[in-house]
Design a protein around this ligand. Structure first.
Ligand code: U5P
Length: 216
């Protein structure tokens, strides 16, 4: 898996990340969702530099202009709930992409810290030979990305896989290295060192789904 880490090159995106993490700012849900969306736009822009392009000629009122355009059929897939604002940001740039939605949530069968990931809902076009962009703002243990990818196998085999996330934990990224094909790209804004005993990223930002949409 190739890791592209946005924070390694400082940019205005640092401010969006800081506001997402800040306990005094993240309570503004509209700003929280919009900052995730803005990072979806930034990460999507970075990712777009790695797509294949075809030379295309565009007719202007005064002549012909050559513009290389993306030559890949993109499917954007987001993991509900927290993936939605990230999906919107990516869709702002890849505006003619196909779209796919999948649910994944943590179920605690014994009411302790042990949990399993359940996938219940999938709505997707065929992924055969497409470029799949899979979005979830938090990559903690990595099990959501991995389980969702297994559930998506029934929709065909994508030619390229790009994973997009905002905050990742080192441990989860290492686990994903062994589960995803080598040519997978991970586009991530920032990487934290730790996971706590409940599988939350430390320092992280908290529960992204709740911060976007309220508690369950
Ligand atoms: N999650 C958070 N905050 C965390 C850790 C996990 O919101 O600090 C949620 C996200 O909604 C994400 C999922 O969808 O858990 C990822 O966890 P995992 O499957 O990578 O462990």
């Amino acid at each position: 898996m190739h890791i592209h880490h946005l924070l390694e090159n400082n940019s205005i995106a640092n401010k969006f990340i800081a506001q997402l993490r800040d306990i005094n700012i993240q309570t503004d849900r509209m700003r929280f969702r919009r900052n995730i969306e803005r990072l979806g736009e930034v990460l999507g822009y970075e990712l777009s530099k790695h797509l294949n392009y075809n030379d295309t000629s565009v007719t202007t009122p005064l002549g012909q202009a050559n513009v290389p355009l993306p030559a890949e059929d993109i499917v954007l897939c987001s993991i509900l709930r927290a993936g939605l604002p990230l999906h919107n940001g990516l869709l702002n740039y890849f505006d003619d992409a196909e779209n796919s939605f999948i649910s994944a949530y943590r179920h605690h069968p014994d009411n302790d810290e042990k949990f399993e990931i359940l996938v219940e809902y999938l709505a997707s076009p065929s992924l055969d030979n497409k470029t799949l962009i899979l979005a979830d703002p938090m990559l903690a243990t990595g099990r959501s990305f991995v389980n969702v990818m297994k559930a998506l196998e029934s929709m065909g085999t994508p030619k390229n896989i790009h994973l997009v996330s905002v905050i990742g934990a080192k441990e989860g990224i290492e686990y994903m290295q062994s589960e995803f094909p080598e040519n997978t790209h991970l586009w991530i804004a920032t990487i934290d060192e730790e996971l706590n005993e409940r599988g939350y990223i430390v320092p992280g930002l908290g529960d992204a789904g709740d911060l976007c949409y309220g508690t369950k």
